[in-house]
Design a protein around this ligand. Structure first.
Ligand SMILES: [Zn+2]
Ligand SMILES: [Zn+2]
Length: 410
């Protein structure tokens, strides 16, 4: 039977079955240094050996894979941990395989054969092995778990994955729009193999000799499984050396795009087809840009509204006045100005709304946010006697206690 062998990963790495993860790692490193293709250029034997120790390390250095390997006697991505557990228990003679009819069969569409399968352990001498009753349910349970997953697929067109980048833009660019540049790293179809991941003509798979199936030993059982090397297709091709068989290469790409006026912080911009390239004609992924808008020392942006704190004298607030305040209107870094009416008796902390003096909406044409002005009253710092006298006079005329209400509460 082609490719029929049980690989002893422990002896491949020269460690005991009880070896710790650290011992396995050290053993692999030592062997890898010795057999690495870079230190043995052109040496096919070293290359083969390097592949073997890499495979052994791949399984033994992974706690979950190692457990399955220990329980079943080989490792395949198609075997899940619970199936391996069930198999290990069944194989130990707990009768998990009763009612089996013998010969080759099919469960859940996955072929396996039972050549060399020893039933005596399950049926007390094998006298019942000839009973042609088909599979018992317990048998099927074990195998459907073991081989229920989809087998490794042969390579085919793979759609590109999406990319996501955070883009920082300044306060003004977000409001007025503009052009932003950034550099992205994205996968493009490999120029050498045109995204096919392989070069040269195909040849018969050396692992399964073109059958697409290999046999693995699992304790006393022999399984036919899909050949992991060729994915069941029976033929292999050399991996493209330029892209190491990935079909894509990563390139830096300068990107320039327009920021719409009114763009908000946290906004997501989708550039269709600008993500990683698909292989063999499969579609590209998309590029998502997450906008991060910078701050401004005067203006604070809340959605399409602009918040600003404006100082007002006690007299302006008490008597009412018309003052000039900065707005986001204007050209370049220069801000615009607009007149705001302060009503008589305005208090500190009071908020006054300036309609449609905020940011023009990026999504709803013709709409504009407001500017919210928070009044901060500045008390006059009087030095001269005349001013002090006027303030004392003012106090006599307005003998109010602003704390009266507060004091009445306690
Ligand atoms: Zn390539
Ligand atoms: Zn094969």
């Amino acid at each position: 039977m082609a490719g029929s062998k049980t690989k002893d990963y422990y002896s491949t790495l020269g460690v005991k079955k009880t070896a710790s993860a650290d011992e396995i790692r050290k053993a692999f490193r030592k062997l890898a240094r010795k057999y690495h293709p870079d230190v043995n250029p052109g040496d096919k034997k070293a290359e083969e050996r390097f592949k073997e120790i890499s495979e052994a390390n791949d399984v033994l250095s992974d706690e979950k894979k190692r457990k399955i390997y220990d329980q079943v006697g080989f490792y395949s991505d198609n075997i899940d941990a619970s199936a391996a557990e069930a198999y290990a228990r069944g194989g130990a003679g707990h009768g998990g395989f009763q009612g089996f009819g013998g010969g080759a069969g099919q469960a859940q569409g996955v072929p396996f054969d039972f050549e060399g399968f020893d039933f005596s352990g399950f049926q007390g001498g094998g006298k019942n092995a000839a009973r042609a009753e088909g599979f018992g349910s317990s048998f099927r349970d074990v195998f459907s778990g073991m081989f229920g997953g989809r087998g490794r697929q042969a390579r085919g067109p793979q759609p590109g994955t999406d990319l996501e980048y955070q883009v920082e833009i300044d306060f003004w660019t977000a409001i007025r729009g503009g052009v932003t540049r950034l550099e992205i790293h994205r996968q493009e179809p490999c120029p050498a193999c045109k995204g096919k991941a392989v070069t040269g003509g195909s040849m018969q798979c050396p692992e399964c000799h073109g059958t697409g199936q290999v046999t693995q030993m699992g304790g006393r059982m022999k399984f036919s499984i899909q050949c992991p090397r060729c994915g069941g297709s029976g033929s292999v091709q050399n991996a493209c050396p330029t892209c190491a068989g990935a079909g894509v290469v990563t390139r830096k790409e300068p990107l320039q795009f327009n920021i719409k006026p009114g763009t908000r912080d946290g906004q997501r911009i989708r550039l269709a087809g600008k993500g990683n390239a698909g292989t063999e004609g499969a579609p590209n992924g998309d590029l998502y840009l997450i906008i991060k808008v910078g701050a401004h020392k005067l203006f604070r942006r809340v959605g399409d509204d602009i918040h600003i704190t404006v100082p007002v004298t006690a007299m302006e607030a008490a008597l009412g006045s018309k003052i000039e305040v900065p707005t986001v209107d204007g050209v370049g870094a220069e801000t615009g100005r607009a007149t705001l009416r302060i009503p008589p008796g305005t208090q500190t902390g009071q908020k006054l709304r300036m309609r449609e003096k905020g940011v023009a909406s990026a999504t709803r044409e013709g709409l504009r946010g407001d500017q919210i002005v928070e009044v901060k009253i500045v008390v006059p710092q009087v030095q001269d006697e005349r001013s002090k006298e006027i303030l004392r006079e003012l106090q006599r005329l307005n003998p109010q206690n602003p704390r009266a209400e507060m004091l009445a509460e306690v």
